[in-house]
Design a protein. Structure first.
Length: 395
């Protein structure tokens, strides 16, 4: 045995079988010479009652001295109770993020989330997460990498925040499934981007224009009665799009829509007379349980976006989304004096805070009412005055 150096390693001859030459200075450090002539540095140690070896690198990729430093580092880990060889094999066996994504969708989202939520997860994963992180090993992902991923999507703050939230769920499950160490979620505590909430409300004039276009489209047969009725029901009930498209006749009573399931669970939605009349005007099809039919007599309408785009263009409402009809319902309800707690139940919000986003409409209604009272009182006082007093704002 002699100290391994660049010269001594290169002088080692090729034999009929592989062999190892050990270093005289560092116990456990050696070089393996293969029959092919390739030479690789390695470290040998005992862990768990067994002798183990860990290849460091090929000669030429590292010098003898560089390999010696790496061997000292690995042997230091062993002295602390580590097992570098097992750690390396564990790393090689570790699944990729793409595997975690697929398992998350099939074992978690498919069984614990509503179909619409699961579909949303699938879109974000397929479009953003897999292309960027899919090939990476789960155990290699760092917090800095998730921060960089989030920052790269800053031009789309809503989607960036959703992607990080999904990643956080995935890493929590990875811990539960033994794919990462506990309390090692790199997506935890990522500061979210501020999201500009998109809300659009139809004014009285815009509501009138929409109603006129819907009536004309129905009379002229330009749109199906089911598509037109679906839009009416969105406006008249404040329901979510999916709740109307999947509405079944068994859920309809004279006063309520009894939904066995929705985004927030079982819901009983008040059914105004005007909305009830819209539903009752639609023809039922034997064997089809749905109220809003599509192009065939089987199933329900799937895509309301196409007729909606035609209708809103004719009404001059190109910037209005279908979900804005729900916003409009809520805004009119608040301006009509409906209590936020009642409105929360009508809208099916999970918490009152969501409903209170419309509170400013109540302020406007109060302002209008106060203005109306003041105008009436001022008019009465003017009639009793001999000369109208001149008030002038100073400053």
């Amino acid at each position: 045995m002699a100290k391994l150096t660049k010269r001594s390693v290169e002088a080692l001859e090729v034999r009929a079988a592989d062999y190892i030459v050990w270093d005289a200075d560092l116990t456990g450090f050696g070089v393996r010479v293969l029959v092919s002539g390739r030479k690789s540095y390695l470290v040998q140690y005992r862990a768990g009652g067994r002798t183990r070896r860990r290849t460091i690198a090929k000669h030429g990729v590292l010098t003898a001295e560089e390999a010696r430093l790496e061997a000292k580092k690995l042997l230091g880990e062993v002295a602390k109770g580590g097992n570098p060889s097992e750690d390396r094999h564990e790393h090689l066996r570790a699944p990729t993020m793409a595997v975690l994504c697929d398992r998350f969708l099939s074992e978690y989202a498919a069984h614990h989330c509503k179909p619409s939520t699961s579909k949303g997860y699938e879109i974000v994963i397929r479009t953003y997460i897999k292309p960027r992180l899919g090939p990476r090993k789960i155990i290699d992902i760092t917090r800095a990498e998730i921060v960089a991923f989030h920052h790269s999507m800053r031009e789309r703050p809503y989607m960036a925040n959703r992607a990080v939230s999904i990643l956080s769920k995935m890493f929590n499950l990875a811990e539960d499934w033994g794919m990462r160490k506990d309390s090692a979620n790199p997506a935890r505590r990522i500061k979210k981007f501020k999201e500009e909430e998109k809300k659009r409300y139809l004014s009285d004039d815009e509501q009138a224009r929409l109603g006129g276009v819907l009536a004309d489209a129905l009379e002229a047969g330009q749109e199906t009665p089911y598509a037109v009725s679906a839009i009416y029901l969105l406006m008249l009930t404040g329901c979510r799009l999916g709740e109307i498209l999947t509405l079944q006749w068994d859920y309809v009573t004279a006063r309520h829509l009894e939904l066995p399931d929705s985004k927030t669970g079982r819901r009983r939605i008040p059914l105004p007379r005007e909305a009830y009349e819209v539903i009752m005007s639609l023809q039922r099809v034997d064997g089809n349980p749905y109220v809003i039919l599509g192009e065939s007599d089987e199933g329900h309408l799937i895509n309301l976006q196409k007729p909606w785009r035609r209708i809103k263009a004719k009404a001059g409402l190109n910037d209005v989304r279908m979900h804005d009809l729900r916003h409009t319902y809520a805004s009119v309800a608040v301006m009509s004096g409906i209590d936020p707690f009642l409105l929360k139940e009508i809208m099916g919000h999970k918490n009152l805070q969501t409903t209170l986003r419309y509170a400013h409409f109540a302020d406007e209604a109060v302002q209008q009412a106060a203005g109306s009272v003041a105008s009436r009182l001022a008019g009465a006082m003017r009639r009793g005055a001999r000369e109208q007093p001149k008030f002038r704002i100073v400053g």
